[in-house]
Design a protein around this ligand. Structure first.
Ligand SMILES: Nc1ncnc2c1ncn2[C@@H]1O[C@H](COP(=O)(O)OP(=O)(O)O)[C@@H](O)[C@H]1O
Ligand SMILES: [Mg+2]
Length: 374
């Protein structure tokens, strides 16, 4: 190879080298571009993923909120339904009580006369017997048939027991009217003790001794209370719920106690009654400008871990069909929301439960309206 051609060759090679160098630079540049693009895409992707996650969380929160709102709505609906049912029942009870009131007054009023007439007639028969000791055979026969002696002794007793029955019906009718207070659906000043008493009359059959448990004793310690401004019908509902719960708790305790002791239900409960009489005590008093009503029982009490759930809607420890779990929740609403008061429960498990109702007096506290309701 000549020197000239060698130089030529070198130049060509250098040229090729430069071209390659440039190509390499371009490729590197392209690569850099691509890398940048990739990084951009990646960060875009990342931010999209983060946004997606965020919106997913928001969605979850929203759906939880929606679920909560739905539950609240269902609760509200149930409360409304219950309130509606109760007020419908109140109207019905008040209507029936009103309807029964007339015929009962009729019977009661006339029983008085019937009693008088009976006594007069018996006296007349006695006079006849005295002055006409030997009647004609037909009358003698009839005296034997009807057993006159027994009839004359029994008739006054029959009259008396009918009177007592009519008195009791009158009392129940009056209690039903006081209890439902449909005439007082709006806020009025009322005597709280009358409300509690009428509720007790309605519950009397549940307080009596049953085949499987002794009677429940009610101890009343009423303080001097002024008339207070309230929705009487609704407050009576609260007393009813709390008293029924106390009765059911005592009942359950007595029955399970009897089972533990292996006593047949027909046993004499006197021994049991001496050691642990089933008791509900009701105390009322004034504290400051609040009326305090305590309803306590010496039943099984409420386990500490359940105490905070008492006023939750649908919380019940009773079997299906027996408990609805709405009683205390509605009572809570009536006391706190409708009356601006407080409803609390204090319970020592094994010793019983006490429900405390505090009601503000509102404007009803003036001394001239103090009711001697003892
Ligand atoms: N005096 C009480 N003694 C013991 N437990 C009670 C008493 N009062 C209420 N409870 C408890 O509170 C629960 C809720 O009561 P409530 O709301 O009236 O519903 P329900 O009576 O239908 O169960 C009852 O199931 C019971 O467990
Ligand atoms: Mg209840």
């Amino acid at each position: 190879m000549t020197e000239g051609s060698a130089e030529e060759r070198i130049r060509e090679l250098e040229k090729a080298n430069r071209i390659l160098q440039k190509k390499l630079e371009r490729t590197e540049k392209n690569l850099l571009h691509l890398e940048k693009g990739r990084q951009q895409t990646e960060s875009l992707l990342k931010s999209t993923i983060v946004e997606l996650r965020d919106s997913q969380t928001t969605l979850e929160v929203r759906s939880q909120e929606l679920e909560q709102a739905l539950t609240n709505m269902q609760l509200m609906q149930n409360r409304l339904l219950m309130a509606e049912k109760m007020s419908a029942l109140g109207v019905l009870v008040a209507g029936i009580a009103h309807e029964i009131n007339n015929p009962v007054s009729f019977i009661y009023g006339n029983l008085n006369h019937a009693g008088h007439y009976t006594r007069d007639l018996i006296k007349l028969v006695e006079l006849y017997q005295q002055h006409w000791p030997e009647p004609v055979p037909e009358i003698e026969q009839w005296i034997q048939t009807i057993d006159l002696q027994f009839l004359m002794e029994d008739l006054p007793k029959v009259m008396r027991s009918m009177e007592m029955g009519a008195e009791r019906i009158k009392e129940i009718v009056l209690s039903l009217r006081t209890f439902s207070r449909m005439d007082e659906a709006e806020c009025k000043t009322v005597d709280i003790h009358a409300g509690i008493d009428s509720t007790l009359v309605i519950l009397e059959h549940r307080l009596k001794a049953q085949a499987n448990r002794p009677a429940i004793q009610v101890i009343k310690q009423y303080g001097k209370l002024p008339l207070i401004e309230c929705y009487a019908g609704q407050l009576n509902q609260v007393f009813m719920n709390i008293l029924v719960n106390a009765i059911e708790a005592l009942e359950e305790m007595a029955i399970s106690q009897a089972e533990v002791d292996d006593q047949p239900f027909s046993t004499d409960f006197r021994s049991l009654a001496v050691t642990a009489p089933l008791t509900i005590s009701i105390q009322t008093s004034m504290t400051g400008n609040q009326v305090l009503i305590c309803i306590a029982d010496n039943g099984p009490g409420i386990p500490v871990e359940l105490q905070h759930r008492l006023f939750d809607p649908f919380f019940t420890t009773k079997p299906v069909g027996k408990g609805t779990g709405m009683g205390l929740s509605i009572s809570y609403q009536i006391v706190t929301e409708q009356h601006g008061g407080q409803l609390q429960c204090v319970s020592i498990p094994g010793k019983g439960a006490t429900f405390l109702i505090e009601l503000p007096l509102n404007n009803a506290g003036s001394s001239d309206r103090i009711a001697a309701t003892k």
